[in-house]
Design a protein. Structure first.
Length: 235
C-alpha cells in the first residue's frame, strides 16, 4: 500500500493486521530514507537503529517469505521514502494499491507532529510517479482508495479494495482493539497517539477542509493536481 504520511495509513495497517490471515510491515524503508537524506525526523536515531539502512537488503526482505508464513502480507509504504537511487524492480513482485488523501487535510495533520514540511515530505508527487509506473506495467490503473471514502463507508471501500486485490473481505477489518502493536515502528510515540486510542475508523471530519496558513496553502496547491489525477481512479 503506497501512501503519504497522515493518509490514514496506520489505521489501514491496523485493519489488515486485524485479519487472522495477514502479517504487516510498517514503513520498512524509513531508516534507509533517513540515512540517505540526513533529514532530522522525530526519533531519528531510534529509527536508524531499528531497521536496515541498505535499500537492497530491505527490498530483498520484502519479496521473500511473509512473516510467520502468513497467506497475506500487508506492507505499509511511504511514497516519499522511495528515493530515485533506490531500485524499484521488487515492486513488480507485489500487488500494489494506492491510498490517497486531500493534501489540505494531510498538511493540517502533518504539522501537529513535525513543524517543518515541504512538498516532497508529503509524498504526493512520488505517489503519482509510482502510480504511473505500476499502471504502465499492468496496462491499467491499480487500485486507488481515498481516505475520505474509507471514513465515509469503511465496509464498502475496503470491500472494493479487497475485490480489486483478489482477496476476500473480512469484517474483522472494520474494528480492532485499542493500544500499541509490536508491529508498529519505533517511531510510534511521535506519530501514532490517535491510532493507538482508536478501535476503528473515525467518523468523517466534515465537509469543510481546514484553513491552512499561507506557506502550507502553497504546498497544498502544488500537490492538488497530483491528488486529483489519482482521485479520478479511486474505487
Amino acid at each position: 500500500m503506497w501512501s503519504g504520511p497522515r493518509n490514514l495509513s496506520t489505521a489501514m495497517m491496523r485493519a489488515f493486521e486485524n485479519r487472522t490471515d495477514c502479517a504487516v510491515s510498517d514503513e520498512p524503508f524509513y531508516a534507509v530514507y533517513l540515512a540517505e537524506t540526513g533529514l532530522d525526523h522525530p526519533m531519528r536515531d531510534a529509527v536508524l537503529a531499528s531497521q536496515p539502512t541498505d535499500w537492497r537488503e530491505v527490498a530483498q526482505q520484502l519479496v521473500g517469505d511473509a512473516p510467520e508464513a502468513s497467506p497475506l502480507w500487508y506492507q505499509k509504504h511511504m511514497t516519499h521514502h522511495m528515493l530515485p537511487a533506490f531500485g524499484r524492480g521488487w515492486i513488480a513482485e507485489c500487488r500494489n494499491a494506492f491510498l490517497i488523501r486531500d493534501p489540505v487535510r494531510v498538511l493540517a495533520s502533518y504539522v501537529k507532529s513535525r513543524e517543518t514540511v515541504t512538498l516532497a515530505d508529503i509524498g504526493v508527487v512520488q505517489q503519482s510517479e509510482l502510480f504511473d509506473a505500476v499502471a504502465d506495467r499492468l496496462g491499467h490503473a491499480p487500485p486507488v482508495i481515498d481516505a475520505a471514502d474509507v471514513l465515509a463507508d469503511p465496509a464498502r471501500t475496503l470491500g472494493a479494495l479487497c475485490a480489486a486485490l483478489g482477496i476476500d473481505f473480512d469484517p474483522a477489518m472494520l474494528s480492532w482493539p485499542a493500544g500499541k502493536r509490536a508491529s508498529d515502528g519505533v517511531w510510534a510515540p511521535a506519530w501514532y497517539a490517535g491510532v493507538e486510542a482508536s478501535t476503528g475508523f473515525a467518523a468523517p471530519g466534515g465537509d469543510e477542509a481546514p484553513v491552512l496558513p499561507a506557506h502550507l496553502a502553497g504546498i497544498a496547491a502544488e500537490a492538488e493536481g497530483h491528488y486529483r489525477r489519482l482521485a479520478a481512479f479511486r474505487l
